[in-house]
Ligand binder design. Structure first.
Ligand SMILES: *Cc1c(COP(=O)(O)O)cnc(C)c1O
Length: 357
């Protein structure tokens, strides 16, 4: 019997997406860092990216990069999350390049790099309005003047990230702003900024629309490769494989029950006051998976007619009245995962991993 509940990870489909994303970027002279953080340190997922011809891997966590290196995965490693200055030595040890927006951190990185007799490469992040990480455009000139003084640090370019906190969409206009800043800084500093890291999966929308401003020569893409989707623009990437990572769980109870609870109603296990519509008796399945395993909002049943009606820590309740298959206790049901669902599923220590090749 399959170990349940589990995620099903289709490595071949992830490799195909890696190859396609690489080709899509290469055709416009854009380098690609494959972002594997969604896999939560999964070596086989990172290998699937490399098998698709990707040579640069990005992750937010040093722990994951350490695991990939220990497993012998050869790649250029980009640390995506701004590092803590106290971890500077580990950053210099493990990451070839990091994204930065704080002078204190760059100073610590410079010191760590000098102690190891090397240079650490840095891409300076600029906030173009999404309000997550990055130096504000008005402050970038002063910032660069100071950053360039730090020995041991080699500033290789500028980057930006949109579509994460503020939900700001990448447009030709805000992406072009990055290139204008680069040109202005290059003139002011009389130095070359080689890398223009234009964004994440959301920015691939500009590629597909043929609207990527010239000058962007690097992208950092995770979701688009793992899931073939672009949640910020609410789209599936044309020609890419979707649902490469799914979830399976088993039915442990299957009964006809009323659709409205009996008794005095208080709050549910999560402090919410549930409400119910009386639909009469319904055929309900309880599955052995719950909120402790996965973000329930990120699940969509693959079985037509099945509807999620609730969940507690370790039980998932489905109304299966409208399905047209004969279900029995012990059957396995599959679910599609959105980005949040995938992230939570792959981070859960309770879900087994079933790799498909
Ligand atoms: C997570 C992350 C990415 C990749 O984002 P996707 O939407 O998965 O493509 C790129 N850049 C940074 C800085 C990130 O944190």
């Amino acid at each position: 019997m399959k170990n349940l509940p589990c995620t099903n990870i289709n490595l071949t489909r992830i490799t195909e997406n890696s190859r396609q994303m690489k080709a899509k970027c290469s055709s416009l002279g854009i380098e690609l860092t494959g972002v594997v953080k969604g896999g939560a340190g999964d070596i086989r997922i990172a290998e699937a990216f490399l098998a698709g011809g990707i040579k640069k891997l990005g992750d937010s966590r040093l722990k994951n990069i350490r695991a990939f290196k220990k497993a012998g995965l050869e790649a250029e490693y980009l640390l995506l999350r701004l590092p803590h200055p106290g971890l500077a030595d580990e950053v210099v040890e493990l990451a070839d390049v990091s994204l930065n927006s704080e002078l204190t951190t760059l100073q610590a990185l410079g010191e760590a790099a000098r102690a190891r007799n090397r240079h650490h490469k840095s891409i300076i992040m600029i906030d173009l309005g999404d309000l997550r990480e990055g130096v504000l455009p008005a402050e970038i000139s002063d910032f660069m003047n100071s950053a360039r003084q730090i020995s041991g640090i080699e500033i290789i370019g500028l980057g930006t990230n949109v579509g994460c906190y503020g939900g700001v969409l990448p447009t030709p206009e805000n992406t072009r702003e990055l290139i204008e800043l680069k040109e202005q800084l290059e003139a002011d500093l009389s130095a070359e900024l080689e890398v223009i890291s234009g964004g994440n999966t959301a920015t691939t929308n500009l590629l597909d629309q043929g609207k990527m401003p010239a000058g962007v020569n690097h992208l950092r893409v995770g979701e688009g490769i793992l899931q073939g989707t672009d949640i910020t623009n609410q789209r599936e990437i044309p020609g890419f494989n979707q649902h490469n990572i799914t979830l399976s769980a088993a039915i442990i109870e299957l009964k006809r029950k009323p659709s409205v609870p009996r008794g005095t109603l208080g709050y549910d296990a999560f402090g919410q006051k549930p409400s119910f519509v009386d639909k009469g008796k319904r055929l309900r399945a309880i599955l052995a998976v719950g909120r402790q395993d996965v973000r329930i909002d990120g699940l969509k049943p693959c079985l037509a007619g099945a509807e999620i009606i609730g969940a507690s820590s370790d039980h998932l309740l489905l109304d299966v009245t409208e399905t047209d298959v004969d279900l029995t206790v012990g059957d396995t049901l599959d679910f599609e995962l959105d980005y949040g669902g995938m992230l939570s599923a792959l981070t859960s220590p309770y879900l087994a991993r079933n790799y498909l090749e």
